[in-house]
Design a protein around this ligand. Sequence first.
Ligand code: NAD
Length: 271
Amino acid sequence: MSDSVAGSRLLQGRKALVMGVVNDLSIAWGIAANLAAHGAIVGFAYQPHPKIERRCRACVGQLDPKPEFIEPCDVGKDEDIQQLMARWKEVHGRLDILVHSIAFAPATAFGVPVLKTSREDYLQALDISSYSLVALCREAAPLMQPGGSVIAMTYNASQAYFPNYNVMAVAKAALECCVRYLAAELGGGKKEDAQGVRVNAISAGPIPTMASKAVGDIDRMVEHHSAKNCLGRPVDQDEVGRTAVYLASELSSGVTGEIVYVDAGYRFIGW
Ligand SMILES: NC(=O)c1ccc[n+]([C@@H]2O[C@H](COP(=O)([O-])OP(=O)(O)OC[C@H]3O[C@@H](n4cnc5c(N)ncnc54)[C@H](O)[C@@H]3O)[C@@H](O)[C@H]2O)c1
């Protein structure tokens, strides 16, 4: 983490649940480390699988103090999500920050054009990569108070054609739309039961991680991205994490339903 921005305590005492750490390359880890550096109390949920649990625990154990809350949750299962939030309530009471840094599509969907994607693969990709945000917000909402912040992770393939992204691009487009609807619904407007919870997504440039390696061609994507973007270099997990601190904190109190790009300006360069 860059020393220039660490230690501001912008999130002192805020309680954050981060979902999607599998190892120290995970974008979720870049986010968690930055939230913790700014004073947040960070807990974790991992995908229930022995190897993933081992890796996640080894990674998040680097935090000082060590996280108290590390629980399993398959976001494809409503009962797992309900149990996770019930457990969070027991341990932490309220929830201030929810980070959704999760995506999945079956191997059979990668390298297959959208045109040839099976119904089953399509539904699974959309279920885990977008519907899960809706299901998590529904269970998290009763634990959240005005000023709460939900942050999801997206990619610009939702807006433009990227030949290797295929069904995941469709899932990201749906996720971004869910971000806007959830922002309107959880913000609450003038309703009496207004929650005042903000919902945003970060659209990151390509970063080598376990998930992006599964999409394929990640090294070529990073090279192309760096050659074309405004800064002439890749973006990294730490830069995404620092933007997450902004979205989680009062600094962004008027920002909701937005897709915030951490892509070094790649998306608007035409030539
Ligand atoms: N790496 C990139 O280039 C890039 C760019 C933009 C957006 N993103 C997005 O960032 C997010 C995090 O991905 P990453 O690149 O850090 O990869 P990653 O492999 O580190 O993280 C993906 C996480 O999703 C979790 N997951 C998958 N299925 C799950 C399930 N059923 N239940 C619970 N958890 C499940 C995995 O366990 C893993 O922790 C994803 O939404 C991804 O699409 C990544």
